[in-house]
Each structure stands twice: as structure tokens, then as C-alpha cells.
Write a protein that binds this ligand. Structure first.
Ligand code: BG6
Length: 496
């Protein structure tokens, strides 16, 4: 979704370079998304794609690889004319990220500046390789034209506040801020964008969206998948860095932010930063009360037995990396003071599901005391991000019959009609990069404030590395996550 139509035709890139073209991210997300954009006729005719990777492949072997990758991952069967059009845009470049000669070859392959205004460089590589690419692009002059050539950086942006600042300084040494696209693909998900519409286009909702009516907010991103051959990255990162500091924090900001004055990149980001700045810092002594971590042990998912984290390939023996994290935050501003935000995410949980669940307060008056209505459950608004994209509201109605009894009904405001296609977040975001719209990308102060919020937890856990509690794969995580709740009637909500 392009929020602001600020892309000028002369800014449209005519080259899109994927560093790490044979890696997981490119295969799982970028190539299928670009193919879908091709199928939807959203790629300009003049756009050429360059696949940069270390493997000694020819353009022919790349073509074969693409056929396999796409056949496995796209929606529906491969459409031959679309595939032919798409593959014709590609050239394969065997190169070494650390060798400046590879960048010279790349530069020679790009059209001359006069013929083309912009190139996108997508860093689908390990964070440890970011600096080599940024510096080498500068050495061969590909950081210019300033303000035109774009560099796309995936999360994690740094591994703590200091390293994030270092990476940012390096980027700014060679690129202007408007050339930098820091991606958090959760912002490209349809429900997340729809949350803005739900909140700010419905007069009905916004007056209730505050501490007077809302009891607490839960944000769950549960994954049934494990670490999928990513141990070298994940074992150093863990769930807090991999998911909570970025994806879950971004969801929190969109739920909690004030209406921006305009749907423009900086107006939106200003409001998100205000939320992050208002989060009450967690003191060293309060870390235990605010955060829970755990690691998956053997278990079973969908009837299949699965390994524990420590048995996964390439995980350090006795690793205490967390694969589950739950945390509680308070936002000290007029709208949210006193309302707990509970966040949790984990690998190898019972289901693959992401849900924002908002629980309202109990009605103040016990009108039904003298009737068979035993207790009135509070209302919920449930915003399901995946696998289903929906918005439901739980309200009470009287059960038809002679007695005064109630039941909970869900009003389902699912916004997708059955014949409407589901977009992957990357389709939206890649199109935004191409069109030069940065609204759904992260500004550095957001990254920095999000690190500041989780920093006390990271520091505390860094010195407590001898032991980590476990949870059975296929469960909803450790029972210990319940201790975060402020009151006995609060419980994790697993289903929309
Ligand atoms: C990535 C994390 O950013 O997001 C992965 O590194 C995680 O660990 C993934 O699995 C989840 O994204 P999605 O869109 O598949 O839910």
C-alpha cells in the first residue's frame, strides 16, 4: 500500500540488485514477491534485476534455480509467459561481498547515470556483512547519485543500542537518510496497515481507545516453526532481538500511537517514536517482574515429534538462547497510563498465529446480579494478523429464551472478501522501495528507542547465562509467562 504518492517518475529505479540472491530471505520472500509484482504488471519495463551471490553459477543455472524456488513458493502454478518476462530481467553476478573488484564489475553492469536515475541495493545478507557492502559501494561510487540510489537493510538493525548506532553512523557516512530503507516486514502486513484505518477512520472506535475503557493489550506472534537452519544467526540473537525488539514493538506503536497529522512517512514515524519514548523504563531490579524467557525442549507439533532447540544443527551445546520471550510494558502518557501491554513471541509453539487482543474493562455496574448471568466477561477486540486477517469484536447478547442469560457473539469485520487475493508483506514493501515511499520503513530514532526499551532486559539476561527454563515444543510456552499479569482475571488469549 502506497500511503503517500511522493514517487517521481524520474526517481524510479531501473536496476535492482539483490546481495545474497541465493540465500533464505531472497528465496523465501524477495523472489516470490518480485514475481508476484511482475504478474500484477507492477514492475516497469525498464527495470532490470541483478542477482549477486558467491556461488559459481551462470545465468543459466540461476534460471534453473529460480524455476525451482518459484515453483515451490508462489501462489498457484508458475505462469510461463510471466516467468519468461521475469527471468529475462535478471542477470547473475558471481561476486564476493568483501572484494572491491566484484563491485567494479557490478558498477560496469549498471546503466550509465545519464540513462538511469536510480539503483536499489537490497542487502539480503547477514548483519555481519552489512558494513563490507556499504563501504564497498562507496569505494566504487555507487552510493551516488545521493538521494537517488537506495539501500535496503533488513532487521536486526544492530544487536544492541551501541552496535545499532555504529551501523547507523557508517550508513550516514556514505548515504543520505532518504536513501536508506530499514525494513520491518510486519509493517507491510495487511492487518497492520488496516489497523490505521480501523482506528482513525471509524469514529466509533477512537473514543474508546484509551485507559478509561481498555483493561490491557496483548500482542502475540506465535510460530510453530523452529529455527530452520538459521542457528548461526539465531543462536546469537534469540527471540528478544529477532522478534520483540522490532516486529512486536512496531505492532505496539501502531496500536498505541496518536493520530498523525497526515499519512506521510515522517508524520507517522514521529507518532511512533513518541510511543516508544513514553514506555516506562524497566529498572534492573524490575526485569524479572517484566520479562520471561524460555527455550523449547522436545515435543510434538501436529502429531509430529520435533527436536528441542539444543538438538538443532549448529546450536552451541548448552546454549541458553531464548526461543520464547514475554514482556510487560507500560506507556506513561495520557492515553495509556496504567494499561499493561503484554507482548509474547516464540518458536515451536502450538500454532502459527499472530494476534493483537484488546480487552476492555468490566462494566462498572453489576446490573445482572440477581439473574442467572453468572459473570459478564469483558469485551474484546481481536485483530488477527495471520494466518487469518480479521477484526472481530466480542460483545454480549441475550440468549433467546425465557431466562435472562447471555452469550458472547463475535462481530466479524473481516475485510477480505473470499475472492480477494492475499498479498505478502514483501510485495507491498518492495513496491514501496521501487516507488520511493518510506512511510512503512523504520527511521533510525525508532530503532534506537526500541533498543533503549529492551536494553535493560538484554543486559540482565546477558549476565545470567548459566540456565534457561524450557517449554515443550507444541505448547503455548512456559507457564511462567502467566506471572506477568497484573490481575488474576487476565490470561493469555491464544485464539481470535
Ligand atoms: C523474521 C524473523 O524477521 O520474521 C524470523 O527473523 C521469523 O525468525 C519471521 O520467523 C516471521 O515472519 P512471518 O512474516 O513469516 O510471520
Amino acid at each position: 500500500m502506497t500511503l503517500a504518492k511522493n514517487a517521481l517518475p524520474e526517481n524510479l529505479p531501473c536496476s535492482f540488485v539483490i546481495f545474497g540472491a541465493t540465500g533464505n530471505l531472497a528465496s523465501n520472500k524477495l523472489l516470490p514477491a518480485l514475481y508476484h509484482l511482475e504478474a500484477a504488471a507492477r514492475l516497469s519495463e525498464s527495470l532490470s534485476l541483478i542477482a549477486f551471490s558467491r556461488r559459481a553459477w551462470t545465468t543459466e543455472s540461476w534460471r534453473e534455480h529460480m524455476r525451482e524456488v518459484l515453483a515451490e513458493r508462489i501462489k498457484g502454478p508458475l505462469d510461463t509467459p510471466v516467468f519468461e518476462r521475469f527471468i529475462a530481467r535478471f542477470s547473475y553476478l558471481q561476486g564476493d561481498l568483501n572484494d572491491v573488484e566484484s563491485y567494479r564489475t557490478l558498477a560496469a553492469r549498471l546503466p550509465p547515470e545519464s540513462a538511469c536515475s536510480a539503483t536499489v541495493f537490497y542487502l539480503a545478507i547477514k548483519p555481519s556483512e552489512f558494513s563490507a557492502v556499504i563501504e564497498n559501494l562507496e569505494v566504487v561510487g555507487l552510493n551516488k547519485p545521493r538521494g537517488m540510489n537506495r539501500v535496503v537493510i533488513e532487521k536486526p538493525f544492530g544487536e544492541d543500542i551501541e552496535s545499532a548506532q555504529r551501523l547507523n553512523r557508517l550508513l550516514h557516512l556514505h548515504f543520505d537518510e532518504e536513501q536508506v530503507y530499514r525494513i520491518d516486514h510486519f509493517l507491510g502486513k495487511e492487518t497492520v496497515q488496516n489497523l490505521l484505518v480501523f482506528r482513525f477512520a471509524n469514529t466509533l472506535i477512537e473514543p474508546l481507545w484509551n485507559r478509561n475503557f481498555i483493561d490491557h493489550v496483548q500482542i502475540t506472534v506465535a510460530e510453530s516453526i523452529g529455527i530452520e537452519k538459521r542457528a548461526d544467526y539465531y543462536d546469537r540473537a534469540g527471540a528478544l532481538r529477532d522478534m520483540l525488539q522490532n516486529h512486536l514493538m512496531q505492532l505496539l506503536t501502531v496500536v498505541a500511537m496518536e493520530p498523525p497529522p497526515a499519512l506521510e512517512a515522517d508524520a507517522l514515524r514521529d507518532e511512533k517514536v513518541k510511543v516508544l519514548r513514553s514506555i516506562r523504563p524497566i529498572t534492573k531490579r524490575a526485569v524479572h517482574a517484566h520479562a520471561v524467557r524460555a527455550q523449547y525442549a522436545r515435543g510434538s507439533i501436529d502429531g509430529q515429534s520435533v527436536l528441542g532447540y539444543q538438538q538443532e544443527a549448529n546450536v552451541e551445546p548448552n546454549s541458553t538462547t531464548e526461543t520464547f520471550v514475554a514482556a510487560k510494558f507500560y506507556i506513561d502518557n495520557w492515553r495509556w497510563r496504567g494499561v499493561p501491554f503484554y507482548l509474547r513471541t516464540g518458536k515451536r509453539l502450538a500454532k502459527q498465529t499472530s494476534l493483537i487482543a484488546i480487552r476492555f474493562r468490566h462494566p462498572p455496574q453489576q446490573l445482572f446480579r440477581e439473574t442467572p448471568v453468572e459473570s459478564i466477561d469483558p469485551n474484546w477486540i481481536l485483530l488477527s494478523i495471520q494466518p487469518e486477517e480479521s477484526m472481530r469484536m466480542e460483545i454480549h447478547v441475550k440468549q433467546p429464551g425465557l431466562d435472562m442469560d447471555t452469550r458472547v457473539m463475535q462481530m466479524n469485520a473481516s475485510f477480505r472478501k473470499t475472492d480477494e487475493q492475499t498479498l505478502d508483506a514483501y510485495e507491498t514493501l518492495l513496491l514501496d522501495v521501487i516507488e520511493g515511499d518510506r512511510s512503512l520503513f523504520i527511521r533510525f530514532d525508532e530503532v534506537e528507542w526500541a533498543w533503549r526499551v529492551v536494553d535493560p532486559i538484554l543486559k540482565h539476561w546477558a549476565v545470567e547465562r548459566e540456565y534457561i527454563p524450557t517449554y515443550a515444543a507444541g505448547s503455548w510456552g512456559p507457564a511462567d509467562a502467566n506471572r506477568l499479569f497484573d490481575s488474576d482475571d487476565q490470561n493469555w488469549r491464544n485464539e481470535p
